[in-house]
Design a protein around this ligand. Sequence first.
Ligand code: FPP
Length: 239
Amino acid sequence: MELIPKHIAMIMDGNGRWAKKRLLPRAVGHVKGAANVRSIVQACSDHGVEYLTLFAFSTENWRRPEDEVSTLMDLFIQYLDKEVSEMKDAGIRFRIIGDRSVFAPSLQERIARAEQETSHNSKLNLTIAANYGGQWDILNATRLWALANPTLPISSLEPSAISEYLSTCGLPDPDLLIRTGGESRLSNFLLWQMAYTELYFTDTYWPEFGSAELRGVIEWFGKRVRRFGKTDEQVLGEN
Ligand code: FPP
């Protein structure tokens, strides 16, 4: 039987270059990118992937021109308005990770409603990282731990305690990361959580990353031997 990654994380890169190649405004690339989110969510669900985490907006993306930031925020709102009822029917549980306190109150309300209305679903856990940074997550987790344990010395802080206070608490670590758009870096995504994740980089721009390529990446993943620090012999002996 094919080994399906339980949790796939994706860095959706290349919207701007997809548009530029067609002499279109960058915003059009983001619109196409948002439409592709919908098809990839469906494709992952069809494959039996249980967790999908998408990097939509990093803590560094605020540095982009104001009109581009506002296009991305509008797309996000439209996505929530359009997709939540379908997510409810399709068994998708929606979550946001990242510092949402800086978002407009109306966006924060929509996010809270989407999370609440889909909280009973479990077929696919869709997590969108918005205003997210891996370093922010680790720092925040450490601070939360210290606040919750004021009498404990810092030397008693264990990796498992950090995981407990990360924004991804309750989600398994990603098995597979897919980054589109030709760059081979993590860009401050799930730094702690991806310590043992298989990394797959493709030149395809996000708007063109379709279900056929996804199937190919899942097949590639199925052929990996995941050692988690052990030897090949130890791992093969366990199977
Ligand atoms: C990277 O492309 C993409 C982003 C910074 C944003 C990703 C957003 C979407 C796919 C649409 C909105 C998301 C949702 C969930 C509705 P880039 O602009 O960095 O492309 P470039 O590297 O080619 O310039």
